[in-house]
Design a protein around this ligand. Structure first.
Ligand code: TYM
Length: 318
């Protein structure tokens, strides 16, 4: 027996992919696709929770296609990875319901995402409140050993672990208890303003930006005026060049923010260009996304349905 351990992770289709998604999580999916049996998906039902007011269905569709093409463009190999859309696999929402009946309101009220939304006096949908239980279902259906994510998802993976343990202790060993896989160096990729890069902060560098757009984003990086190394520029530069390579450059151009930003533009461009080219190529292939997602759907359904049969028996509905 040398079956591979399992990896599960997903990305929400809520706007353009950015380099925070890539360095924080997606790059790991590609690097680990040989080592792990991987289930990688588009979290389209999770994306509905961010739709206030509701997004236009065409925009949702376009966003899903963008993420699908993005995964393929960064090198995810659909022959090795089970690559699918969450909404194509009904077991995710079915298991989320069962978890809803195990979990409690006070427990879910501890979620950072919920607390943030509440602190901002936002109108919170039940889906937003319940987000961690759908995510627990996404993960636990496939018995993963690891879940590669950025640090902002750590608590969600902990909720999944707690939920697995709770279910197992009530109904017997059913779910593996996974570990989050968070790389220290890219756990929180900063945006152009130094805060965490996030679509909702408007501080992103899109993963498939062309040279002009990269230039616009980089020139907009907020720098302090202390005259030392511009931290926000350096933090992003470190993603694409080693600290050894950067040390002499930052020493030579100390205080010259413009020159450093120009170098960052070129280095980012060089690093991202092959993925961008691939993305542009794939965009013209009208059938590829449907084809790949169709085969992922079949395999994910088979695996998750087998798990659900055990779960239904365990809880006594079958
Ligand atoms: P999402 O779509 O917000 O982000 C996708 C992945 O990118 C990581 N990430 C970052 N990492 C480092 N620095 C940043 N600035 C940064 N911004 C985003 C996120 O941590 C994430 O790993 N809830 C998830 C999607 C999801 C999921 C799952 C993930 C649904 N079900 C099951 C894993 C397993 C989310 O909203 O990620």
């Amino acid at each position: 027996m040398n079956e591979k351990s399992v990896l599960v992770s997903g990305v929400k289709p809520t706007g353009d992919l950015h380099i925070g998604n890539y360095f924080g999580a997606m790059r790991q999916f590609v690097e680990l696709q040989e080592k792990y049996k991987s289930y990688v998906f588009i979290a389209d039902y999770h994306a509905l929770t961010t739709s206030h007011p509701q997004r236009h269905p065409d925009e949702v569709r376009a966003s899903i296609r963008h993420i699908a093409l993005g995964y393929l463009a960064i090198g995810l190999d659909p022959k090795k990875v089970v690559f699918f859309k969450q909404s194509d696999v009904p077991a995710h929402t079915e298991l989320a319901w069962i978890f809803n009946c195990l979990t409690t309101m006070p427990y879910l009220m501890r979620a950072h995402a919920y607390k943030d939304a509440e602190a901002k006096n936002k109108e919170i949908s039940v889906g937003t409140f319940d987000y961690p239980m759908l995510m627990a279902a996404d993960i636990l259906l496939y018995d993963p050993a690891v879940v590669p994510v950025g640090r902002d998802q750590k608590q969600h993976v902990e909720f999944a672990r707690d939920t697995a343990q709770k279910f197992n202790s009530l109904y017997g060993e059913t779910f593996a208890v996974p570990e989050p896989l968070i790389l220290d160096s890219t756990a929180v990729v900063p945006g152009t303003d130094g805060q965490k890069m996030s679509k909702s902060y408007g501080n992103v560098i899109p993963l498939f930006a062309d040279h002009d757009e990269l230039a616009r984003c980089v020139m907009g990086i907020v720098t302090d005026s202390s005259g030392e190394r511009p931290q926000n520029v350096y933090a992003l530069h470190k993603l694409v060049k080693s600290e050894e390579e950067l040390a002499p450059i930052y020493a030579e151009h100390e205080g010259n923010y413009k020159a450093l930003k120009e170098m960052l533009i070129e280095d980012l461009d060089r690093y991202l260009a092959p993925m961008r080219t691939k993305y542009e190529e794939l965009k013209n292939d009208s059938g590829i996304v449907d084809e790949v997602l169709e085969s992922g759907k079949r395999e994910a359904r088979a695996v998750s349905e087998a798990k659900m049969e055990r779960v239904r028996k365990a809880i006594g509905v079958a």
